[in-house]
Design a protein around this ligand. Structure first.
Ligand code: ADP
Ligand code: MG
Length: 368
């Protein structure tokens, strides 16, 4: 536990925070968010949803238009950035090109008035942490993109901040390197116990790295959950569509019984779903169904909703088979299943029954 963190209290708190750049449009609308000490929290959302603005307000580079931000219980709206003690990493890593790697790392320590001996110890430790121990004397231009980004991570951590902010830090790297760095950053977070607020528009990156994810759209947090809850229990249609692959079927609620509801699909078939975010009988809803929760020609006793589907495309992907079907009024109904025996009976053009359990089908707000 860090100096500023107080047991049982959030380490970072956004309290009714709003932001407008032009005095008219709110790009962050009434943000309430508590982040625990040691947590890895990711702000995930499409471009323009207000993620960077939130990070800039937390770092102190943009003032909040309304509301208060707290760090370790202290209001920080009037604390300048360099006094907040926050480490930062950005997409364009912005190392000083005329300084060696070691000098880059020593810089935040010099600014803080640390003596030479202590600087050297800390720089060495930070370089070892990102496995660049032998590169201290190189210039940034002599390193690959991935190595430069690791130096940027080391520089953000070298002065032992309690909080590190990262804004799309891996955006410039190719896929393989990006995935490797995701694990490296996650492991560094775990071993240091530092609090990380991470921004990305890449959902798989968010799912891989985070303790919790705040899904942003239009300056509003749509859902704040663990990765598995976001995928398995989306609260609304935006989250269902944004996280992972999703089948949507549209229809009208015809009956509500406890936690379940009946929905008449636009195709005319009636199915059962979990009533999650519906307005009631007679109102439109969009159902969310994950492709791996759907069974083709189901057998067994479990009570399933069933509809007729035509197989439009069968794609062999080695470990699993993916099919695109026409079903329930959708021509892009995706079903995925593991590559076990049985799939050889399926062919493009064939008609099958597809079924699901009500608990795996969520009735949400209608997508217009
Ligand atoms: P994200 O990081 O999620 O892509 P941003 O926080 O950068 O979103 O932007 C949110 C909104 O605020 C966008 O509409 C963007 O155009 C606007 N915006 C961001 N920075 C500025 C700025 N410095 N001045 C004016 N508008 C800005
Ligand atoms: Mg951004």
């Amino acid at each position: 536990m860090s100096d500023k963190a107080i047991e049982g209290q959030p380490f970072v708190r956004f309290d009714k925070v709003q932001k407008s750049y032009d005095g008219e449009i709110l790009v962050v609308k009434n943000l309430n968010l508590d982040i625990a000490a040691g947590e890895f929290l990711t702000m995930l959302g499409p471009s323009g949803s207000g993620k960077t603005t939130c990070l800039m307000m937390l770092a102190g580079f943009e003032p909040a238009t309304h509301g208060e931000i707290f760090l370790g219980n202290e209001p920080i709206n009037n604390v300048p950035p360099h006094k907040r003690g926050i480490g930062m990493v950005f997409q364009n890593y912005a190392l000083f090109p005329h300084m060696t790697v070691a000098e880059n790392l020593a810089f935040p320590l010099q600014v803080r008035g640390m003596n030479k001996a202590e600087q050297e110890t800390k720089v060495k430790r930070a370089l070892d942490m990102v496995e660049l121990g032998v590169f201290g004397n190189r210039m940034p231009a002599q390193l690959s993109g991935g190595q430069q980004q690791r130096v940027a991570v080391a520089r953000a951590l070298v002065f032992d901040p309690e909080l590190v902010l990262m804004d799309e830090p891996l955006g410039a790297l190719d896929k393989q390197l990006r995935e490797q760095m995701q694990y490296e950053i996650k492991h560094i977070h775990e071993s240091l116990g530092v609090t990380v607020v991470y921004v990305t528009h890449d959902q798989s990156e968010a799912l891989t790295m985070s303790d919790r994810i705040a899904v942003f759209n239009d300056g509003i947090i749509q859902q704040l959950s663990s990765p598995s809850d976001l995928y398995e229990r989306p609260d609304n249609s935006f989250v269902a569509q944004f996280i992972g692959e999703n089948n949507r079927l549209d229809g009208v609620v015809t009956d509500v019984k406890g936690k379940e509801c009946s929905v008449k699909l636009d195709s005319g078939e009636t199915v059962t779903a979990s009533a999650i975010n519906i307005e009631g009988k007679g109102k439109r809803t969009t159902l969310s169904l994950r492709p791996e929760r759907i069974e083709i020609n189901p057998t067994g006793k479990a009570k399933r909703s069933m509809i007729t589907a035509k197989i439009e495309e069968l794609i062999y992907l080695g470990d699993h088979i993916r099919t695109r079907m026409s079903a329930g009024g959708s021509s892009n109904f995706i079903v995925k299943f593991p590559n076990k025996s049985g799939h050889k009976l399926l062919e493009e053009g064939k008609t099958v029954q597809v079924g699901w359990l009500a608990e795996d089908c969520r009735a949400l707000d209608p997508i217009l």
